[in-house]
Write a protein that binds this ligand. Structure first.
Ligand code: NAG
Ligand code: NAG
Length: 381
């Protein structure tokens, strides 16, 4: 592997420094298979076409297990890394269940845009399992990490942050079969990997979490947090340093106002999930502060459950509430009968191109293929 020394790196940093946005980088983990031999991770970059010269000079995509915090036995034989062009890299060929547990990172993009994306894998056979692995919260919020008892043990539970002792919960403090860690008034320095482990149990049986704390309060960004976020839709998260929306998989646009066609992802919907089953069973990790989620239309710890009627989007977190005969599409939201449009199909009239939100919110992202439902322009709430 070629590593660029400082003399070469400096001009790249200079060239790239005017571009604020996070890299278009997605780390996918295949949760459909629990056997380590069939598990794989793929990291996809949407950058090469756009950034031509930069990409030719830039360091390659990297994908590896990061054992600095979660230390597990070294995978043996080592998993195989396969590159497909400069934009796609896959890690597969694991042998033991313990090879999968822990943190994986993909690093991509060049210069100032070099970004690392993390994925945290929990063993399905663990004593404790996270109700939700990644949590993104704002500075000053209260974060609650919840570890669900899967195989009970009669011992206390130890919480760790970044691998160091943090807190003990008495075994009788479980609520509804869950051990909760409440973190009031979180600060960016509280970000990191958290784990809950039964005392004297194997660390491999822990519930592992990732907490991401934005550097500003809700809806704010910038130095001193004086700037207002654009109002990211559909579950997009406002980047605290550049004010841009990191859109959930399956959504695009400066405010994530547009749904991709089913099975598509990437900043301009340029990537496609494997055709069999679409994005079922895949978890998508994006640059911070987004973290990870299922693809649009899917939910559950293995991302194998379709959204319940009336719900849509990544992890099915959005609600349709369609009016006037609109039907809920779990990938894009309300699909309106002709004559109606708007997020809830609440607007009548053929078209309002001149002042409609759809036309004003379409920016430089329309090179990809979109579902084109005008109704997916904004999110409820
Ligand atoms: C490389 O990726 C392309 C899509 O980007 C795919 O069509 C092709 O089959 C891949 N090749 C290998 C060897 O995986
Ligand atoms: C965990 O490690 C990260 C990266 O080194 C650091 O930024 C963060 O403050 C640490 N968090 C805690 C709670 O120690």
């Amino acid at each position: 592997m070629v590593w660029l020394g400082p003399p070469l790196l400096l001009p790249i940093v200079f060239l790239a420094s005017h571009v604020g946005a996070a890299s278009d980088l997605t780390l996918l983990a295949d949760l459909r298979r629990t056997e380590p031999q069939r598990f794989f991770l793929t990291c996809v970059s949407g950058e090469a076409g756009a950034g031509r010269g930069t990409d030719a000079w830039g360091p390659a995509l990297q994908l590896e297990k990061d054992d600095r915090i979660v230390r597990t036995p070294r995978p043996w034989p080592p998993p195989q890394l396969a590159r497909n062009g400069s934009q796609r890299i896959t890690l597969r060929g694991f042998s033991r269940p313990s090879d999968l547990v822990g943190v994986f990172s993909c690093v991509g993009g060049a210069g100032a845009r070099r970004t690392s994306v993390l994925y945290v894998h929990n063993s399905p056979g663990a004593h404790l399992l996270p109700d939700q692995v990644t949590h993104t919260v704002n500075k000053g919020d209260t974060a609650v990490l919840s570890a669900r008892v899967s195989k009970e043990k009669q011992t206390d539970v130890i919480w760790k942050s970044n691998g160091s002792y943090f807190y003990t919960l008495d075994r009788h403090e479980a609520q509804d079969g869950r051990f909760l860690l409440r973190l009031p008034n979180v600060q960016p320095s509280s970000s990191g990997i958290y784990s809950a482990t039964y005392l004297e149990a194997s660390p491999l049986g822990s519930a592992f979490f990732r907490l991401i704390v934005r550097g500003c309060g809700a809806g704010r960004w910038g130095p001193g947090c004086t700037k207002e976020c654009p109002g990211c839709l559909h579950g997009g998260v406002c980047h605290d340093q550049d004010g841009e929306c990191v859109c959930p998989p399956g959504f695009t646009g400066t405010r994530c106002e547009q749904a991709c066609r089913e099975g598509r992802f990437g900043q301009s919907c340029q990537e496609q999930c494997p055709s069999t089953g679409g994005c079922r069973g895949l978890t998508f990790c994006l640059p911070d502060p987004y973290g990870c989620s299922c693809g649009s239309g899917w939910r559950g710890s293995q991302c194998q459950e379709a959204c319940a009627p009336g719900h849509f989007g990544a992890d099915c977190r959005l609600q349709c509430q369609c009016q006037n005969g609109g039907t809920c599409d779990r990938f894009s939201g309300c699909v309106c009968p002709s004559g109606w449009h708007g997020v809830y199909c609440e607007k009548s009239g053929l078209s309002d191109w001149a002042h409609g939100s759809a036309s004003t919110e379409m920016h430089d992202t329309d090179e990809g293929y979109f579902g084109g439902h005008v109704s997916a322009v904004a999110a409820p709430g």
